[in-house]
Design a protein around this ligand. Structure first.
Ligand code: ADP
Ligand code: MG
Length: 275
């Protein structure tokens, strides 16, 4: 059963008071279709600043699509997605009417979201340092020196201070994934998205990546949304676990509620199949 968490009038941004505390991320009635296939089906989801949310669910249920539309890699067919109170796809014009976002608005709102993919997607012809420096220089306009300082700091934070000059092919999967995390953080996003970031890794390399994510979560008030099939990690890491099924959040709760006392039959089936 799906219980919407907001009333419909919050869909209208003109009713929003700036002094109200608003969720950092808000999906309201979001529908995404690929032709006949409805992948997100009227999805409602709110994430508070600093919250760590794990998304679990069967393959093909729309989990990656949820992250991809938040990252604006895909458009949506219905509903609203807001980050920090601003709609991703629309912006107010001079009279306050919502109109389709221009490139500048998109770039700015998109900059609030960082994503780490299952396949690490590093630039193969750049070393670790250059991979992390690239977007801050090209997109944010940082000087090379500023970008380098930021990149060195972040690569140290993910435990790669001795691998700055290494190219992706010279790094293990776990090390590449840690560079990818540093690269996303270099844009200073407000929310970080992780899509099954350990599923392409050998089991012995998963731990180092999950440890980095865990440390990040503890040390910074970073908002994190993580799709994972590692129930053990979701249980200890997340403030809230959402079970995703057929394009919606079928059930959600604290890790204890969801893993130990799932209410829905479908959640129980899924958990007994993966455990
Ligand atoms: P999950 O990450 O939960 O496994 P996805 O979000 O990747 O699921 O995919 C949800 C559904 O959408 C799947 O049936 C998938 O085949 C379909 N799908 C995903 N991307 C596309 C696309 N670009 N074109 C057509 N169908 C897609
Ligand atoms: Mg996926």
């Amino acid at each position: 059963m799906n219980t919407p968490m907001q009333s419909t009038d919050t869909l209208n941004p003109t009713t929003q008071q700036p002094e109200q505390t608003q969720p950092l991320v808000r999906f309201a009635g979001v529908t995404k279709r690929y032709g006949e296939l409805t992948v997100l089906d009227g999805l409602d989801l709110q994430i508070e600043e600093g919250e760590k949310v794990a998304i679990i669910g069967p393959s093909g249920s729309g989990k990656s699509t949820l992250l991809r539309v938040l990252m604006t890699l895909e458009g949506i067919d219905e509903g609203v997605i807001e980050v920090d109170g601003e709609p991703l796809t629309h912006m107010p014009d001079a009279s306050g009417q919502l109109v389709p976002a221009n490139a500048r608005h998109l770039r700015r709102v998109r900059g609030k979201v960082g994503m780490v993919f299952q396949s690490f997607n590093l630039f193969p012809h750049m070393n670790a340092l250059q991979n992390v420096m690239e977007a801050p220089v090209q997109v944010l306009g940082l000087s090379k020196a500023e970008a380098r300082e930021r990149a060195e700091e972040l690569l140290a934070m993910v435990g790669l201070e001795d691998k700055l000059e290494h190219f992706p092919a010279q790094l293990s999967g776990g090390q590449q994934q840690r560079v990818a995390i540093a690269r996303a953080l270099a844009m200073r996003p407000k929310v970080m998205l992780f899509d099954e970031v350990t599923s392409a890794l050998d089991p012995e390399l998963c731990g180092e990546v999950l440890n980095v994510i865990r440390r990040l979560g503890e040390a910074h008030n970073l908002t994190m949304l993580m799709v994972t099939h590692q129930m053990g990690f979701a249980r200890e890491f997340a403030d809230r676990v959402c079970f995703f099924h057929e394009g919606r959040i079928h059930e959600q709760g604290s890790p204890d509620e969801l893993f130990n006392n799932p209410r829905e039959e479908r959640t129980r089936e899924f958990l007994s199949a993966v455990n």
